[in-house]
Each structure stands twice: as C-alpha cells, then as structure tokens.
Design a protein around this ligand. Structure first.
Ligand SMILES: [Zn+2]
Ligand SMILES: [Zn+2]
Length: 227
C-alpha cells in the first residue's frame, strides 16, 4: 500500500484522489455545492453560506477595523456573498487564492471648472462557504482596499495596493486570534501577493501601521495625489 500525506493526514492512494474540502483541503469531502466545490461536513457546519449572516459578520469586521485601527470610510458599501461560479463571471477568472473583490464606480460633475463627486457605488464581494476566520480575513482585505481608495486614491501599483490590503488584514487576523492565516499569506501561490505582503511587513517592522500609513501617503504624493 502506498500512502499519501495531505496536511499531516495519511491517505491511501485511492482516498487521496477523492474530492478535497475547499476549506481544510482534506480529501473525502462529502458535500458538493452547485458551483462544483466540495466541503467536508465538519467545515460545512460553520461555513458562511447565508447572505444575511454574512452581511452581519461583514459589518462587524468593518466596525472592528474602525475600533482597533481607527480606519474607516463613509462609503455606503454594498455587500454580496457569491459562489465560485458567480465569482468567475465577475472577476473573469477564479483562482483558489482569490476569495474577494472590491468594486467602485464614482460619478463626478464639473461646475464652474470644479469637479466634485456626486455619487459612488461601492461593492464588496466575498466567496461563499468560507470558514469564519477566512471570511473575516477576506472581508478585512477588501475593506482595506476601500480605505486605501479613499486615503491614497492615486496609488495604483499592484504591490502597494495589495500589500497594504494584506497588511491590514494581517493585523486584524492577529487581533481576532487567527495568526495562522498570516503564515499562509507568505506562502500565497499568487507570488506577487506574497511578495507584496512581505514588502509591507518590512515597511512596518519598526513602527507598524504608522510607518505603513506614512509610506502609502508618500506613494500617493509621488503619484500626484494632493492629500
Ligand atoms: Zn473541511
Ligand atoms: Zn486585493
């Protein structure tokens, strides 16, 4: 008999080929969602699959970020919990490491040569069926994009935009007692995300968030922003 080890669990070759749980990654996940993803019964018990429940948790994450980091925007953010199929048509692709999406559209009006914002639509999408810690991590990441968009609107370099979001999400993960998710950030299969996070860990190595905010401020000014 040949054994296959998955996340420190041993399986025979045939069992190792069974569908894997979207959350814990172990083979033999008994439940299948309409979008084709599988989940084991243990992870299903706590998975965030209900829009109302998800939205409540999302609002709580937003409150926690404000309470703990004093960061918030006044944007009225729409929240949508969507499955992998909807995610694919939304983002054009779906990779296992992408679990959220931030979308903004703003309308401006020019009067007397002055441009002002008249309306904005802000939407955050989170992939359904995540565990509560992963849901929080993703919600914090996308909310950090909203904060970054407000405070540093002209910063567009991917490593700064994503590094900032990962950094904020990581601080919040520690606050919620989910440090293990931050280890995963460094091993993100999307290498540019892992590198961006590592870059921001270095920027914040001495004075934490304060230095990170100063860095983003500087990037924003360098890119022509006025704040
Ligand atoms: Zn599982
Ligand atoms: Zn992002």
């Amino acid at each position: 008999m040949q054994w296959v080890t998955v996340n420190n669990h041993k399986y025979c070759r045939n069992c190792a080929k069974l569908p894997r749980c979207l959350n814990c990654g172990l083979p033999g996940a008994q439940n299948r969602f309409a979008d084709g993803r599988h989940i084991c019964s243990q992870c299903l018990a706590t998975a965030i699959i209900d829009q109302v429940q998800a939205e409540k948790l999302f609002r709580q994450v937003r409150d926690d970020i404000y309470a703990y980091l004093n960061l918030k925007t006044n944007h009225p953010i729409h929240f949508r919990l969507i499955d992998a199929a909807a995610f694919m048509s939304l983002a054009g692709k779906h990779s296992s490491s992408q679990q959220g999406h931030y979308e903004v559209s703003e309308r401006y009006r020019t009067r007397w040569g002055v441009q002002s914002r008249v309306a904005g639509t802000y939407t955050i999408y989170v992939l359904s069926a995540l565990s509560p810690p992963r849901f929080r991590n993703t919600a914090a990441h996308e909310l950090a994009h909203d904060i970054g968009f407000e405070l540093f609107p002209v910063v567009q370099k991917l490593e700064d935009v994503e590094g900032f979001a990962e950094y904020i999400a990581a601080i919040m993960n520690s606050y919620w007692g989910n440090d293990n998710l931050n280890q995963e950030k460094l091993q993100n299969l999307q290498k540019d995300y892992a590198n961006a996070y590592e870059k921001f860990l270095n920027i914040g190595s001495k004075d934490g968030l304060k230095d990170v905010m100063a860095y983003m401020e500087k990037q924003n000014r360098a890119a022509g922003g006025r704040r």
